[in-house]
Design a protein around this ligand. Structure first.
Ligand code: SAM
Ligand code: SF4
Length: 356
């Protein structure tokens, strides 16, 4: 695997770096004004997808970003190097859209894995194509995967994703486990009247295969803007449903900045996680910074503003100017996502374009 070598910092040659906000302390970390430090970088590699999950995008897809707008492998390598070696990022998660659609994914991972300190590298994917790629991604340096799976019933999978591909996803998960991309985590979203009673059978499937299930509350991030609070299956309902079949006890392991509240299943060691982004927000512990496929920093999934790094990358700006713009963007991070505030405004970009 050829690694794109961007080891040497790029000094600024032109342009003027605006003065740093005087209130922001002199630190290289991605600190915000509420005292949180971002060390976990989520990178969307593309907004395109080969499924059409009903809670994510319409049947006809979306107006995809032109390829020339997407960050190239070399641009990604540079931004990731700045994040890891200058800004204190320790974990990387590649997502999308569907990140496996990037033909250069193994190279992007290899570039990141060559950095020192070596970041933890994970991938969130729908699993299509993983059966062919799992080994090469592992060899490139990928540590773990999260595969999205909302049901193990083939007809319902077809109805939810609008594609008849359950068998491919299941094969992809097995291939990931065989390649050592463990623990394989399974992300599920429940929808009222569709798969809201599937939590126990999803958990049974995961227990049988040694996967870790995490059920996510549906968030107002769909392209169609069709989310309704009353339709959302809450964490409380998810837990009640799981408890019809399993005994759940709180996992005493420290949660830290992890979004999932974890429970031991029937005394452990297996666990199940519930991500209650809406009903039990964890914004106070958030350690995330996000990069869209077209090079915009977002301090939160729900930000309504973005900060452009791509224009700096494509000018002659030095690493210091890029780092400072990233630090300024994170300093302005709001204390919470505001979903539960009366004036909440859904971001214009959907989850698939931001990177979930
Ligand atoms: N295509 C990949 C996949 O599905 O895993 C990566 C991108 S997808 C946007 C990332 C995760 O976001 C998936 O687990 C998906 O189920 C979840 N997701 C998408 N829309 C959501 C929504 N409105 N609320 C909660 N989770 C959502
Ligand atoms: Fe694609 Fe993932 Fe959205 Fe489903 S959730 S449509 S797999 S981006």
């Amino acid at each position: 695997m050829t690694v794109v070598s961007l080891g040497l910092p790029v000094p600024g040659r032109g342009g003027v770096t605006p003065p740093r906000d005087p209130a922001r302390p002199q630190t290289s970390a991605l600190l915000d004004s509420h005292g949180r430090v971002a060390t976990d970088l989520r990178i969307s590699l593309t907004d395109r997808c080969n499924l059409r999950c009903t809670y994510c995008m319409p049947a006809e897809g979306l107006d995809w970003l032109p390829t020339s707008d997407l960050l190239t492998r070399a641009e990604l390598a540079r931004l990731i190097r700045i994040a890891v070696t200058d800004l204190g990022v320790r974990e990387l998660r590649f997502t999308g859209g569907e990140p496996l659609l990037r033909g250069d994914l193994a190279g992007i991972i290899a570039d990141a894995a060559a950095l020192r300190p070596r970041p933890e590298i994970s991938l969130t994917t729908n699993g299509l194509g993983l059966v062919r790629k799992a080994k090469a991604l592992r060899a490139a340096g990928l540590d773990r995967v999260n595969v999205s799976l909302d049901t193990v019933r083939p007809e319902l999978f077809h109805q939810i994703t609008r594609r008849d591909r359950l068998a491919d996803v299941l094969a992809g998960m097995r291939a990931a486990a065989d390649a050592g991309l463990t623990p394989v985590k399974v992300n599920a979203v429940l929808m009222r009247g569709i798969n809201d009673d599937h939590a126990p059978e999803l958990l049974q499937f995961c227990l049988e295969h040694g996967y870790e299930l995490r059920i996510i509350e549906q968030m107002p991030l769909d392209a169609q803007h069709g989310w309704e609070r009353s339709e959302m299956v809450t964490a409380e309902e998810i837990l009640a449903s799981l408890r019809t079949a399993y005994a759940l006890t709180p996992d005493s392991e420290a949660r830290g900045a992890a979004p999932a509240e974890r429970w031991l299943v029937d005394g452990g060691p297996a666990t199940v996680g519930v991500i209650a982004s809406v009903t039990r927000p964890f914004c106070g512990d958030c350690d995330r910074t996000r990069l869209t496929a077209d090079g915009q920093v977002r301090s939160c999934l729900f930000s309504t503003g973005e900060t452009d790094l791509r224009d700096l990358l494509r000018s002659d700006a030095g690493d210091d100017a890029i780092a400072q713009r990233w630090q300024d963007a994170m300093w302005a991070k709001l204390p919470g996502h505001g979903i539960n505030d009366p004036g909440f405004l859904q971001p214009t970009r959907p989850m698939s374009a931001i990177g979930g």
